[in-house]
Write a protein that binds this ligand. Structure first.
Ligand code: FNR
Length: 396
């Protein structure tokens, strides 16, 4: 039987004393120190597997079908070669930039990742505090497991305490009723989020993950949710209410008309869609295949980035995610036209392993690798990261 389900996961399993990790052991406690073998953000994955219950791990890691998209995302980063420029004046180098009118200390942000309490009781609150400590922008999911208000409050308090902060954006999944989408928009505005990220590529996807007891979509409490599990006979997906929820251009116009905040469309992979989104009022785009979680065999964001950059022109910022794991990946994305990147799964890996400390450390590692790469490539600012930092294979 196929279980199609809207992005809102509804089922709750009963509390279970016997949840084990993927390796068949009770999940390990969150660490209070950073293991010495973690030297890059990607290293958190092999630690996190010990800390996360098996079902949640499968949900976090999952791609689709053969995981072709997932593998392809990494392969396109790995295929590109960098060309160092060891003689250059990088003594006053820095990584700061302006994005949508806001200063950012570096072009690495945290992608919206739902249900962070699956891996840590403080969930998004801990992630947000770590993000502010590391001056990293964070996009909070509609499906966060703490309320968007509580997460914003944690961000504001952390930023005030440290004397510096970073952008806090809200990711919107449109709800079956526009009145509820509007409620979410207004709540996000009132809580101080400074941009809306509308995700368009995952309104329907296969899932069968029952949320454990105590984890829910905190922002959607009291709102009706949709679920569809198709029996062997009868409509599977077409002809069911789920098809009413796939995004339309009318939705984009509606959103544009209902918020003054910058609107960023997430999940764009085609130049034609990018052009149309901008024509209808999108201020920026996230070039993304949702980390390979939605459809298998999809093109990687890095492959289509140059064509999208050309389609929308230099005034529309492009963010990129799906497979970014190393500082050199950030350089490659910027070289091909991105203004910034988003990090997905590694935030869950780091949060599961060592909580706030882990997320902060993971971000520190990424930033350190990024600065090191810029220095070796002779780039004093992010605008120096052009296609020239990539080695071009000589034409045969
Ligand atoms: C996601 N992603 C996601 N995207 C979104 O717009 N809203 C959401 O609620 C979620 N939730 C979510 C949960 C989990 C467990 C994962 C792994 C991902 C997608 C996310 O924002 C991003 O596009 C990808 O994770 C990027 O790929 P990497 O970095 O995980 O390879």
């Amino acid at each position: 039987m196929y279980g199609f389900i809207h992005v809102i996961f509804l089922m709750h399993s009963a509390p279970s004393a016997s949840s084990l990790n993927t390796l068949g052991h009770p999940p390990r406690e969150v660490l209070r120190h950073i293991p010495s073998d973690i030297t890059s953000a990607a290293d958190y994955e092999c630690h996190a597997i010990h800390h996360v219950e098996a079902g949640a791990w499968k949900h976090i890691q999952g791609g689709t079908n053969q995981n072709l998209t997932l593998a392809h995302n990494r392969a396109t980063f790995d295929r590109l070669r960098l060309l160092p420029k060891p003689i250059a004046d990088v003594r006053h180098a820095h990584t700061s930039l302006q994005l949508l009118g806001h200063p950012l200390s570096n072009p690495i942000l945290l992608a919206p990742v739902a249900y962070q309490r699956l891996v840590h009781p403080e969930g998004e609150l801990a992630t947000m505090r770590a993000a502010m400590a590391l001056q990293t922008g964070m996009v909070v999911s509609t499906l966060s497991s703490h309320t968007l208000e509580d997460i914003a409050q944690a961000g504001q308090a952390a930023a005030a305490e440290m004397g510096h902060g970073a952008p806090r954006w809200f990711q919107l999944y449109l709800q079956p009723e526009r009145a509820h989408s509007l409620q979410l928009l207004r709540r996000a505005e009132a809580a101080g989020y400074t941009a809306i990220v509308w995700t368009v590529d995952a309104s329907i996807k296969r899932s069968g993950f029952p949320l454990p007891y105590g984890v829910d979509a905190a922002n959607l409490r009291g709102m009706p949710a949709t679920q569809h599990t198709s029996p062997l006979q009868g409509p599977i997906l077409f002809g069911t209410p789920l098809m009413q929820q796939t995004p339309t251009w009318d939705d984009l116009q509606w959103l544009r008309a209902h918020t003054q905040l910058p609107l960023i469309v997430k999940g764009v992979l085609s130049p034609a869609i990018a052009r149309q989104a901008v024509a209808l009022g999108a201020n920026a785009l996230v070039v993304s295949n949702h980390g390979g979680r939605v459809l298998d065999g999809v093109v990687s964001p890095l492959e289509v980035l140059p064509a999208i950059a050309q389609a929308v022109g230099p005034t529309i910022p492009l963010l990129l995610d799906s497979g970014v794991r190393y500082g050199t990946d950030v350089v490659k994305a910027l070289a091909l036209g991105a203004s910034a990147v988003l990090i997905g799964r590694p935030q869950m890996h780091a949060l599961a392993t060592a909580g706030l400390l882990g997320v902060a450390h993971m971000l520190h590692l990424l930033r350190a690798e990024f600065e090191l790469a810029m220095a070796h490539l002779g780039c004093a600012t992010v605008t120096d990261i052009t296609p020239d930092v990539l080695w071009q294979r000589p034409q045969a």
